[in-house]
Write a protein that binds this ligand. Sequence first.
Ligand code: AHR
Length: 633
Amino acid sequence: EIHITADRVKTRINPRMYGLMTEEINFAYEGGLYGELIRNRSFKGEAGYAYQAEEPVYWNAVGAAELALDRNNKLNDALDLSLALTLKSASPEQPAGIRNGGYWGIGLKPDTSYTVSFYAKAEGEIGPLLASLVKAGGASLVSGKVDGVGRDWKKFQITLRTGSELVPSKDNVFTLTASRPGKLWLQQVSVFGPTYKNRPNGLRPDLMELMAGLKPKFLRFPGGNYVEGDTFGQRFEWKKTIGDPAQRPGHRSPWNYWSTDGMGMLEFLLWCEDLGMEPLLDVFAGYALNGERLSSEEDLAPFVQEALDQIEYIIGGADTKWGAQRARDGHPEPFKMSHVEIGNEDVFDKSGSYDKRFSIFHKAIKARYPQLTLISTMAASATPSQRPEMIDDHTYAWGEAQMYEHLTDYDKRPRTDPKVFVGEWATHQGWPMPNMRAAIADAAYLASLERNADVVQMAAYAPLLANLSRVSGHSRDRSLQWATNLIGYDALKSYGTPSYYVQTMFSSHLGDVVLESSGRDIPNWTSDNGKTFPALHWVVTRKDEAGKPGRIQIKFASRAATDQPVRVKLTGVNKLAPTAQLTVMSSANPDAANSLDEPTRVAPKTQPLKGIAREFTLTLPAYSVGVLEIETR
Ligand code: AHR
């Protein structure tokens, strides 16, 4: 039985409670959200753990071509090498050149335009080049000629449009060939498919649409570990990620693969703009993952300045130095931002230097931007020199039972402590992506966060994106560095996990206030290691929209293995609409998950529920998550 006291408000809920956390992991941008289809377009990338490109990885010869990296024929100081092709023999019948298989394939769809671009120069009369999208091991699907390659570097661009008869597939490659022998140099060889809102250098539409379904209100970026890098030199050095993508050097990410940084500062901000999110910037705070750190004011000064400049790039007027740079990059209007995080998971810095680092960054940022809420990555006790306004807590539960142990974390939190941003959290159950058990534990956790909305101001599941093309095998060619994640995809398809649907259910039924409620005779479940937990978790919220009747929202997570009839009693409410909207996701098999081939095996369904009164019975299906929304009159 659940008793709801509808006239007793427990606390208000932050309207910006739910957002996204993102970083370059699992080929989230390269081979994911960033619309580039060519892998290692700049030839600077190395597979696995190597630090400097030694061969043009992910590129192969077509015909009688020899491929080599050439550091003496660079395009510019950022892309400081090129691919040199020696075409020993080539003819229209037997062309020679290069081939790239994309990120485990190149996804092609019918009636779609693909923009090919590259920089090239040649020795002698190389003749026209042929850019083609080709069925792997088969025939060309679409191709176009590019003429005019000469002695000096020049950019070329051509659009290839697929025919209506093309069957969507990812088993395709890109080739660029010549039909005369000679010597050719290439750099920034790129193919873009359609992008969200047709933005140049933009983002993959299906992934943007899935994210839009989460109704996110903020984006924590650029990491995660990706902010810090393995070394100082491999941090997210934002100034090297703006402007012309061919002027961005790129860098190695801490997840062991190359970032071209095509997905740079402005691209993150436009991602926010397109999905109605506020940027929540995480600044590098003088600590890298290998333990390198600086903590004197003098040593940290350049990094503090880097952070101040970064904030100015986001919120500064076009009359400020970095706001003007943003305007030159194509966005004169400043973005709106209210929160900045200092560092990431500094609990791993065993030297205890965060107290100093946090207070130095805090002082400098507050002096310039007093309106910003500054988030610490450690508990207030770790930063005695400067009390944080907000703490970023990370809660990864290794198994559903562990998440059930976290459900009272914030009930116990002293209300005098700083507010909380749960900047990374997830239940790990299922492989490589979360199953229904994980989703139920996630929903129970979200209910616990909403019940404690006076403390917990914001939450973001992590990681967000995962390329599932190669989930196991050698790290040199694996697309997955971290299981489990919210959204999965390959070069062609994408889908939301059951955990994704939990997020959509909670964020699209975000109330304004939490109502008092209590339970009786709640059944239990017992975990594999013999621990017993309540099987039913819930939160009751109310949404009040001007000019509309209020809506009471009962969000629930049932871990019970059988259907559970729950008697719901409502007091403190006048009239109720007799029919409510019930959205439920359930699976008789709790180990069920979604996949690229079965993207909605586990997904919510909405239906009307009749018989709503001050007392009624709501039957929760076995293993279910849901929301019942009741209109008050
Ligand atoms: O989300 C994956 C990683 O988990 C993040 O990079 C890091 O912040 C955390 O340890």
